[in-house]
Design a protein around this ligand. Sequence first.
Ligand SMILES: Cc1cc2nc3c(=O)[nH]c(=O)nc-3n(C[C@H](O)[C@H](O)[C@H](O)COP(=O)(O)O)c2cc1C
Length: 324
Amino acid sequence: MRGPGGVSGAPVDMAAQVGPLSLPNPVMTASGTSGHGTELGAYLDLAALGAVVVKSLSARPWPGNPPPRLLPVVGGMMNSVGLQNPGLAAWARHDLPALARSGARVVVSVWGRSVEDFGEVGEQLGQLVVEGGPASCVVAVEANISCPNVEDGDKMFAHSEAAAAAALEALVAGLGRAGLPVWAKLSPNVANLRDIAGAVLAAGANGLTLVNTLMGLALDPATGKARLGGGGGGISGPALHPVAVRAVYECRRELPGAAIIGVGGVTTGYDAAEMLAAGADAVQVGTASFADPRAPARVLAELEAWCQGHGLASISELVGRAHD
Ligand SMILES: Cc1cc2nc3c(=O)[nH]c(=O)nc-3n(C[C@H](O)[C@H](O)[C@H](O)COP(=O)(O)O)c2cc1C
């Protein structure tokens, strides 16, 4: 029943549409913040989330950066994990079966150090998905192109239209017949985000994940040395939230047909609602899970309560409302 302030206690249709992908709700985990498999399963029902996004995987194992890798900072944290991962094949053997049994919808994040690497990891994943079995739980691929491109002086793929597009083209070609939606995860550290977004969509991406971390540096003034083992690091958490909301808003305005997943400092249902209003079709929760491993489930419950409190019958009434 609707109250005087438009407040309603009626259930909200939480179903989310992310391009061609239908999800039961718009809240996912963010890559790299909930492990490679079912790590958060001890705290929440993975199948109750919109999707679980696994930590970025490459065609071959990668050791990552030296410790320390995490540092709390005002407004969030900095990390320099350096994309450590066991490689896609080992992940498929060790982590994927339990993920499939959990009933979660799985988004596989992939990365590479060269255009060829993106093609190779795409081929490995495409093959896995075509074979079926546990890989039937994979519903989308997220291309983490916020990683150094060894063929371009270690500049990030996501910092160049041409390199970003080349990585996406190689990945899409590698995936072949797998028929999965591909989301390109972009970096906020650019002045031409909308151009880069346009370039990856033209190269075959179906959606945009906005955004990866902001580049930062923390120094110990006594020694002059970096406080993270890898030198600089990526800033995430609440400090990143307005940056991500703006990225989503601007990309939605310029590219109204693109699927958009908003990520950056989503800590409460209100933050998720704001991201959806800016134009995201779904959101991801990352850093908040370090303080509270139940955060993705809590954000989902709070989002539903927020929608109820504001008299919304469905999430779709909220998506992109800032552009009405
Ligand atoms: C410790 C840590 C590891 C991360 N690893 C990855 C990764 O492997 N791949 C990726 O695409 N993003 C990675 N990210 C970025 C997050 O997925 C997310 O884009 C970013 O942290 C902003 O969201 P948040 O503020 O909710 O954390 C990582 C972030 C953190 C904090």
